[in-house]
Write a protein that binds this ligand. Structure first.
Ligand code: BGC
Length: 762
């Protein structure tokens, strides 16, 4: 932990009013030759830093998003070559960021604080051995009279080019009219940067659309998270606006209505993702400083000249995780679906894993819980998620309760401890352990998960009045208080109605299953860490909870429900005995056939349905659901031109009417099945120390190929099918035991390397 001197650059502010960005300077003098200069810098807000006019880094949105109540990251930059003898300057633009800017569906502001703060420390080592430290102290100067009049990551950016201060970030700038700053302090910890770098990545050029209602709209062809740069010529004082949205409506006009929460007036849809720019005279170009948007389309308002393609460029911005997995097959719609899911991951991996890059931008926990496996196939997600886990751990309440969103930007309330959501730290950590084999991941989260399980043991003893009679027998183990979203967003469901129902009485099938799953995971973690007593205690708890679940929800061996999730969950969590599982799977299969292979699951089981069908002998059904192009279904979204995955199965209906976010990754979690089942690449031992290749051909596919860069080395599984002839090519790292299970049931083993197999399909 490092000590920093914090300053507040603004004077008196009205906290409910939007503020201009602060431009900050700290001049300093250098008397001779410098051997080494390192600048450490952080902010409560979001900063862009310069030394003598040179930008410190290409990384965006520094210092990153952490739970600022407890900690903030600092960044370190070597700036030796940018410093010269005489006058020098550290210059910073400071904006609201996650700290003070809009967060969540209602774009609540000031969630972590009302006043922005900045801190830096520059250590200069002269060649003669003297060391001098320059800090953000009372010699720091600031102005709020710069061109950035309003700034936010989500809501808007308002820029007035007439107020630009030429050379403001260079040493020779005349800052005598700037004012001083107030010395301040920060109670949290200032920690070294943990996350992955947030960088500008792919760029896109638009097509120009003239929509039926007379608007000019740019279409960048890809839904993404990022920014639009533009060039424009016009007269001093002319103001243009740009609205950034994900889609066109059913009449082919630009819309942002889908960014409203269904059935609520939570905010006016166009109250976000707006860029307003006032020109100075002549030609100029601009890229937003802080505003970052989820968009594919941009509606131009009041453009002063002919709109030309070459004047616009979109750039995707996201955390630069190492890519580890790729998948292709003979069905082009599946290939597009895989791309879409990857784009939803990119769009929602901007320093923390979020639900969507538009309406909320919140680190909703279940979203990554169900997506973690897919994320781990696509990318090396360990550093990115471990940083997030640290904020998860810090948010834990003294009684062990955990939030449903991390960083926990809202005060704790009854919605904390939401089963299926709040336990995500356990579920995601176990997934990561399977992929990376690092015990540190488990060590890191262990106490948090343990305290959360203990919290649940206690709260299960308190009962909802409705349960006292009905759940008499097992009431001590059933969590029926608090708020739990339940399965959430099944096809045909109504968000508002489900929410109200969940407020009154939670779905105890969901809470019991997730209580069991978390206790089981905790017992596994305890065993891995050699915590014998804990291992016994939580294994016994898990056994008890499994019995409770079976007695209550699997009466006489079966499930009597009409919802697919009620079958998928006990199968996926192994809550049923083998013979029961057979019946449950058979019934699930039958339901899928009766629904004509349209998916019927919601948030909490969509990621599992293909796995449980194929693991229980219904591979063809799994393929038929995956390849179904009717609504609701994954490939339906592709036939509707989706370039990302949607929050809701009815995201764009048959009449092209959009609803809800079109960039949520949770429902796209089926991609893990393409790796683990279709091409069959699985960790046999954590970290792929030993590897299982168990391909499951089926559906319309004549070939499929996946590649995965594991910690142990590169893995390839590629198969072809011609009639009943099945050929498999695999590559696994040498020296790593590889088990192969062919579709005809034969099992083979090797010590890695390149192998070819074939068999006849039954
Ligand atoms: C978010 C989800 C989240 C959910 C909780 C939504 O508004 O966008 O992805 O998990 O709330 O049900």
């Amino acid at each position: 932990m490092r000590k920093f001197l914090f300053v507040e650059p603004e004077g008196e502010i009205e906290k409910d009013k939007r503020q201009p960005a602060s431009y900050i300077r700290r001049n300093f003098y250098v008397r001779g030759e410098i051997r080494k200069a390192v600048l450490d810098i952080t902010a409560l807000g979001v900063y862009i830093g310069y030394i003598n006019g040179h930008r410190l880094t290409q990384e965006e949105l520094m210092p990153g998003y952490t739970d600022y109540k407890y900690r903030v990251q600092y960044q370190s930059y070597k700036v030796t070559s940018q410093i010269g003898e005489g006058k020098n300057v550290v210059a910073v633009i400071l904006g609201d960021g996650w700290y003070r800017g809009g967060l969540g569906a209602d774009s609540a502001r000031n969630c972590f604080g009302e006043r922005l703060k900045l801190a830096f420390r520059l250590v200069l080592e002269y060649t003669d051995g003297e060391t001098v430290t320059i800090e953000s102290d009372e010699q720091t100067l600031a102005t709020q009279d710069g061109p950035l009049r309003q700034n936010d990551l989500k809501i808007d950016e308002v820029y007035d080019a007439r107020k630009e201060m030429r050379g403001w970030n260079r040493a020779d700038f005349d800052d005598h009219l700037w004012h001083g700053v107030k010395l301040s302090s920060y109670k949290g910890e200032v920690v070294a940067h943990e996350g992955e770098p947030i960088l500008c990545q792919e760029t896109f050029v638009p097509r120009i659309l003239h929509t039926p209602n007379g608007s000019t709209v740019l279409d960048f062809g890809q839904n993404m998270t990022g920014r639009m740069k533009f060039r424009v010529s016009g007269h001093d004082g002319h103001t243009v606006s740009m609205l950034l949205g994900e889609t066109l409506d059913e009449n082919k006009n630009f819309t942002m209505k889908n960014l409203k929460i269904q059935g609520t007036g939570s905010h006016v849809a166009e109250d976000l993702q707006r860029l307003t720019y006032t020109l100075r005279e002549g030609a100029q170009e601009y890229a937003p400083h802080f505003l970052i948007s989820g968009f594919r389309y941009v509606k131009l308002e009041n453009w002063p000249e002919e709109v030309k393609v070459e004047n616009f460029e979109a750039v995707a911005i996201y955390s630069a995780l190492q890519e580890t997995g790729s998948f292709t097959c003979s069905n082009e719609l599946i290939n597009q679906f895989v791309k879409n899911v990857r784009w939803s991951q990119k769009s929602n991996f901007v320093d923390v894993p979020t639900d969507c890059p538009t309406r909320e931008r919140v680190g909703w926990t279940a979203d990554i819980s169900v997506f973690a496996k897919t994320a781990c196939y696509f990318t090396d997600s360990s550093r990115f998620l471990q940083k997030w886990f640290h904020d998860y751990e810090l948010a834990q309440l003294p009684d062990g309760n955990l939030p449903f969103a991390v960083p926990a930007y809202k005060k704790p309330d009854d919605t904390w401890g939401c089963m299926g959501w709040s336990n995500a730290i356990s579920n995601a950590a176990m997934t990561m352990y399977q992929f990376y084999g690092e015990k540190e991941i488990i060590e890191d989260v262990y106490d948090t998960v343990k305290r959360f399980v203990e919290f649940n043991i206690q709260r299960a003893k308190v009962n909802n009045i409705k349960s006292i009679i009905k759940e008499w027998k097992n009431r001590q183990y059933i969590i029926d208080t608090g708020f739990h979203f339940g399965e959430w967003l099944e096809p045909g469901s109504n968000m508002v109605k489900d929410f109200m129902e969940a407020m009154l009485y939670p779905d105890i099938e969901v809470t019991t299953a997730w209580f069991y799953e978390t206790a089981k995971q905790l017992a596994q973690m305890a065993r891995l860490l050699n915590k014998k007593e804990d291992g016994k205690r939580y294994a016994a708890l898990a056994r008890k909870l499994r019995n409770v679940y079976r007695e209550r929800f699997l009466k006489s061996g079966g499930v009597r429900e009409k919802r697919q999730c009620k079958y998928v969950r006990p199968l996926a969590m192994h809550l049923a005995e083998e013979s029961e599982a057979e019946q449950i799977a058979a019934r699930l299969n039958q339901m899928c056939v009766e629904r004509d292979y349209r998916i019927g699951t919601g948030f909490l089981t969509t990621w599992q349905i293909l796995d449980v069908l194929s693991d229980n002998g219904y591979v063809e059904t799994a393929y038929k659901i995956l390849e179904n192009t009717k609504q609701p279904g994954w490939l339906y979204t592709v036939t509707k031109g989706a370039t990302t995955t949607w929050e809701n199965w009815y995201g764009i209906d048959e009449n092209n009417k959009p609803t809800d976010s079109l960039n949520h990754y949770a429902m796209g979690a089926a991609v893990s099945w393409l790796f683990s089942h279709c091409t069959g690449i699985r960790p046999y031992k954590p970290g792929f120390e030993e590897i299982l290749i168990k391909p499951m051909p089926g559906g319309s596919l004549s070939h499929a190929r996946a590649e995965y860069k594991s910690r142990a080395g590169k893995i390839v599984s590629s198969w072809q099918r011609e009639g009943a002839q099945f050929k498999l090519h695999i590559e696994t790292p040498k020296g790593h035991k590889t088990y192969v299970e062919l579709p005809d049931g034969s099992r083979l083993e090797s010590d890695g390397g390149v192998q070819e197999y074939q068999c006849v399909l039954k």
